[in-house]
Ligand binder design. Structure first.
Ligand SMILES: Cc1cc2nc3c(=O)[nH]c(=O)nc-3n(C[C@H](O)[C@H](O)[C@H](O)COP(=O)(O)OP(=O)(O)OC[C@H]3O[C@@H](n4cnc5c(N)ncnc54)[C@H](O)[C@@H]3O)c2cc1C
Ligand SMILES: Cc1cc2nc3c(=O)[nH]c(=O)nc-3n(C[C@H](O)[C@H](O)[C@H](O)COP(=O)(O)O)c2cc1C
Ligand code: SF4
Length: 647
């Protein structure tokens, strides 16, 4: 049977206002001892206001040994009850239902987080975290089954509408389920049935504890997408037994910690709706509603999935971070107003996992700072001048305009976007241009037209009595001065990506930072034979990130990367390169430089000399990433707008 996103839905006895779900997303907003905080509640309330039917909380640890990160919420003790009660009540007041996600990390944590050696079905570390766990005894397994059940009881008593058992993504239940991580020969291993036993017992005890009728959702990875891991064929015959124990809905995700390229949070290079076909197959074989998740950011795509009868509900994860109001906009048909998630992972999952910082969103600087945003409402003031319509300038102008301030934006190029025009050219990067289009439309709707083809100079600085100037002038690429870099075979990465310089044949890309690696990817996709050289001993782009994995894979399969390698001279038809101290001459048709950029400081200096209150943002401060550009633009504009007297 097919349905629409806007139809009501049922999970067990729970009635939902529509078929949109916000899946669990760890935030890092919990307290260091795992309690709910006001910040977490404000963030969730903002998402509930957006109109979603069901919100699943982030991971909640059912046992102290199962915490995956320091601020992971706890549900293993009654002392967590007041915070959990406040969270559930706050979300429900906004009309969304709320489920608690019950979690044990198993081996995917650190002794430093839990104060003891991590536990797992077998003493095998994952490649990702490398923590050698201790094998659980049968008595300990029984204890953990009871811990899941006790946590479910607490969730119910705290006022949650449902629980979701986290059986996905390589955590404890998923570790038991998988031949990749479970090598036990006792009743909890051996074959698929044995490996499913822990999950079955957890569901059985949870059901016994919460009683009939209370909705129990089970989240699973429909395939580990990993050599040696399980796939859908392995899983399908095991699912009916799980449903028989009392599962009311299955939530279909994919991947574990060691899956290459992190398909759990599909990045630039993964397909949209990565789990849809597996969800459809699962739906065919079980008699309970199926929730599908994974790069389904556009509600129109979700509608297609539901209309095609491939799932019963659709989960929008990162899209809720990027634009908490996207569902309300979609319901009104205002798709052009939606700020879409880029699938960059930079501000959310990779920030949480690799930078150990609380989650935010590259394109939504207010994510996790909802109470700060409140300060901005209709401050008024101005006029302000924003110079540069790259991401930093666009965001600064948006924030000022949203505060009701008068703002002018001057951009010397013929179109806005700054470096994003080049950054959106490599395969998979098109969403960056989508963001520029969104920012332009939003500014226009606030009455601000970007003045393109206008160089801001002394004259612009004296045009009006500016209350403040935001210099978002970005950074210009540098090409070092070496023998031969003046020859016509040299080009700069941005020019190449923008099609202003046509290069072909054998191309040497200098620099393996993000710009060099992406330029290499772009050139490979256009049939060039690409060699990348990098001075550093280690690749600056981490292969562990989703984007980095695909960039390195492209080079591995269709190009070459030399580390500790330095260009000494460029000649017509070749380049002299030192690789680990050994000098060699490489035949090349073009040399493309991607070795960094220099901040544009002139305008800010002029504005300061003119006595104007001036703030620099984005790459004009220091070349960094999109996140820093957007966030610094937002912060500067907030400070300027709030520094004004309300009018
Ligand atoms: C190929 C490439 C790929 C990239 N990919 C990524 C990525 O995947 N993820 C990521 O996070 N980052 C990426 N980046 C980096 C990211 O694009 C930059 O960090 C970001 O664009 C910086 O934003 P900005 O607004 O500070 O500066 P810019 O984007 O450089 O914009 C500055 C703007 O100011 C204008 N300007 C300058 N002086 C004046 C003046 N006097 N008057 C009028 N206008 C002026 C310029 O014309 C320009 O449009 C990439 C960069 C490149 C080149
Ligand atoms: C920052 C972040 C934290 C996440 N934390 C959890 C979690 O606590 N539990 C979980 O089951 N999945 C977690 N996920 C996975 C998401 O629930 C979701 O499956 C994934 O983001 C793919 O969906 P999307 O493409 O709609 O974002 C997390 C994802 C992100 C981006
Ligand atoms: S940081 Fe990137 S992937 Fe994460 S929600 Fe924001 S736009 Fe999406």
């Amino acid at each position: 049977m097919s349905s629409s996103l806007w139809d009501g839905a049922s999970i067990g006895e729970l009635r939902l206002r529509n078929r949109a779900v916000m899946p669990a997303m760890g935030t890092g907003y919990g307290s260091p001892s795992g309690e709910v905080t006001d910040r977490l509640i404000s963030y969730l309330v903002r998402r509930a206001e957006g109109g979603v039917g069901l919100i699943v909380t982030e991971v909640c640890a059912v046992h102290p040994s199962g915490k995956g990160f320091v601020s992971e919420l706890g549900i293993y003790d009654d002392l967590f009850m007041p915070g959990l009660e406040a969270l559930a009540a706050a979300v429900k007041r906004k009309g969304a239902a709320v489920a608690a996600q019950l979690h044990h990390a198993g081996r995917e944590t650190f002794a430093a987080v839990i104060g003891e050696q991590p536990v797992a079905p077998s003493p095998l570390p994952s490649r990702a975290l490398g923590q050698v766990p201790r094998e659980l005894s049968v008595t300990e397994i029984e204890e953990l089954v009871s811990a899941f059940a006790a946590a479910a009881r607490r969730a119910r008593e705290a006022g949650f509408d449902a629980v979701e058992i986290h059986g996905a993504h390589g955590y404890l239940i998923s570790q038991f389920l998988s031949p990749y991580s479970n090598r036990r020969e006792d009743g909890y291993g051996g074959d698929g049935e044995g490996r499913m036993r822990f999950a079955r017992e957890v569901v059985r005890e949870v059901r016994r504890e919460v009683g009939p009728g209370f909705p129990v959702i089970f989240r699973l990875s429909s395939s580990e997408l990993l050599r040696g891991g399980y796939d859908l064929d392995y899983l399908l015959p095991l699912l009916p037994s799980l449903v028989a124990e009392g599962v009311d809905a299955l939530h279909v995700s994919c991947g574990v910690y060691d899956s290459p390229g992190n398909p759990t949070c599909p990045g630039f290079h993964h397909p949209e709706g990565i789990n849809v076909e597996r969800a459809a197959a699962i739906r065919e074989s079980v008699g309970v509603p199926v929730i599908v998740v994974g790069k389904l950011h556009d509600p129109r795509l979700a509608e297609e999935v539901l209309a095609g009868g491939k799932a019963d509900l659709v989960a929008f994860g990162r899209q809720h971070l990027a634009d908490p109001h996207f569902l309300a906009k979609a319901a009104e048909g205002r798709y052009e107003d939606i700020r879409f998630c880029l699938s960059c992972n930079q501000g959310c999952i990779e920030r949480l996992m690799f930078e150990l910082k609380p989650v935010t969103c590259t394109v939504n600087p207010a994510c996790g700072r909802e109470s700060e945003e409140e300060r901005l409402r209709r401050r008024g003031g101005g006029p302000f001048l924003v110079v540069g319509a790259g991401p930093a300038g666009l965001q600064a102008a948006l924030t000022l305009a949203e505060s009701g301030s008068e703002v002018r934006v001057m951009e010397r190029a013929e179109e806005p976007g700054g470096q994003l025009l080049a950054a959106s050219r490599p395969p998979g990067k098109e969403p960056l241009l989508g963001w520029v289009g969104w920012a332009e439309r939003r500014l226009r709707s606030l009455g601000v037209e970007i003045e393109t083809g206008v160089e801001a100079d002394d004259e612009a600085l004296s045009l009006e009595s500016w209350r403040g100037v935001i210099s978002a002038c970005g950074a210009s690429p540098v090409i070092p001065s070496l023998p031969g870099t003046e020859l016509g075979v040299n080009a700069e990465a941005r020019e190449v990506l923008l099609g202003r310089r046509d290069v072909g044949g054998r191309v040497l890309v200098v620099g393996a930072g993000p710009v060099g690696m992406e330029t290499a990817h772009y050139l490979i996709s256009r049939g060039c034979a690409v060699t990348v050289v990098e001075e550093k001993e280690y690749p600056p782009v981490l292969p562990a990130t989703s984007h980095g994995y695909f960039l390195h894979r492209a080079l591995r399969e269709s190009g070459e990367l030399f580390l500790a390698a330095k260009v000494l001279e460029v000649r017509q038809g070749s380049a002299v390169v030192s690789v680990r101290g050994e000098v060699r001459e490489m035949p090349v048709d073009a040399v493309v430089w991607a070795v960094g950029s220099r901040p544009e400081k002139d305008l800010a200096e002029k504005a300061r000399s003119a006595g104007l209150k001036t703030v620099e943002v984005g790459d004009a401060v220091e070349p960094a990433r999109l996140l820093e550009a957007v966030h610094s633009g937002w912060e500067a504009a907030m400070a300027m707008a709030c520094g004004e007297e309300a009018t």
